[in-house]
Design a binder for this molecule. Structure first.
Ligand SMILES: Nc1ncnc2c1ncn2[C@@H]1O[C@H](COP(=O)(O)OP(=O)(O)O)[C@@H](O)[C@H]1O
Ligand SMILES: [Mg+2]
Length: 250
């Protein structure tokens, strides 16, 4: 299922947070939505799931335009802030989401086993989520996003606050999910996560400053650093704002 954003704009009050955003995501690819805090990543994802409406422009999943209730079953969404029940176990949370999607009990049981195994939480399934670490909650959120076998995954900063080792594991999981034929959009403010993706959309101040295959983007740089593309677009301070090495080591 290809995804297409066409001239999408969005304001909150007088504050325009997205200006004329257009890009397409081919089915089966993993796309990075990269930009510093406040650049509009979460707003794009909320528009894509239909949580909020565009002021102008359209979003399509295949031939279906957003918003459309039928799309919800096809999209897996992982919000930036964990939306989990602390008083339920990991397994209890997944049961809740399976019921929300109207999954049959047998199918739900099988998917709960599969997704817990995928995110490495099988051994902690009976533990209450309030006893989970931040990284475990992130992984459970990913399992919840996958429970109904969506065709498309929209993941809003899924690796924030996760240590580098676990980050590696999680990206390996995204790659495995991609190889199983899913389309994935991952938002991040971490420049180095771009190398994991097929294409990257560089967002700054609500504008799309680049959208291209990652190797093409890197070929445009002098030192092989994506930061340069933000600076070239006049986004001075963007590299520093992404919190990696201060951004000015060149
Ligand atoms: N519901 C809202 N009401 C008003 N302003 C908002 C709302 N949501 C986001 N914004 C503003 O839109 C801009 C982009 O925010 P966001 O999409 O969350 O960026 P990011 O996810 O890249 O950090 C910010 O300036 C933010 O303050
Ligand atoms: Mg955000």
């Amino acid at each position: 299922m290809d995804i297409k954003l066409d001239s999408v704009s969005k304001s909150f009050g007088k504050n325009q947070v997205l200006a004329d955003i257009s890009f397409s995501i081919p089915s089966g690819e993993i796309i990075c939505l990269l930009g510093p805090s406040g650049s509009g990543k979460t707003t794009i994802i909320r528009l894509m799931i239909g949580a909020i409406a565009t002021d102008s422009g359209t979003i399509h999943f295949g031939d279906t335009s957003v918003p459309n209730l039928n799309l919800l079953g096809k999209i897996g969404f992982m919000p930036q802030a964990d939306a989990l029940y602390d008083d339920l176990s990991g397994e209890g949370n997944l049961k809740f989401f399976a019921r929300l999607y109207g999954m049959k009990l047998g199918v739900a049981k099988k998917r709960i086993d599969e997704t817990l195994a995928l995110v490495g939480l099988s051994g902690d399934r009976k533990k209450l989520v309030r006893q989970y670490s931040g990284g475990m909650k992130k992984r459970l959120s990913l399992a919840a996003a996958l429970i109904h076998e969506p065709e498309v995954l929209l993941l809003d900063e899924p690796t924030v606050g996760i240590d580098p080792v676990l980050r590696r594991t999680i990206w390996q999981q995204f790659q495995a999910i991609r190889r199983s034929g899913k389309t994935i959009l991952v938002s991040t403010h971490l420049m180095d996560e771009v190398s994991e993706c097929d294409k990257a959309a560089l967002l700054y101040n609500g504008r799309l400053i680049q959208y291209a295959p990652v190797d093409e983007l890197l070929a445009k740089t002098v030192n092989g650093k994506i930061e340069e593309l933000f600076l070239a677009a006049g986004a001075a301070g963007a590299a520093g704002a992404t919190g990696r090495e201060g951004g000015n080591d060149a």
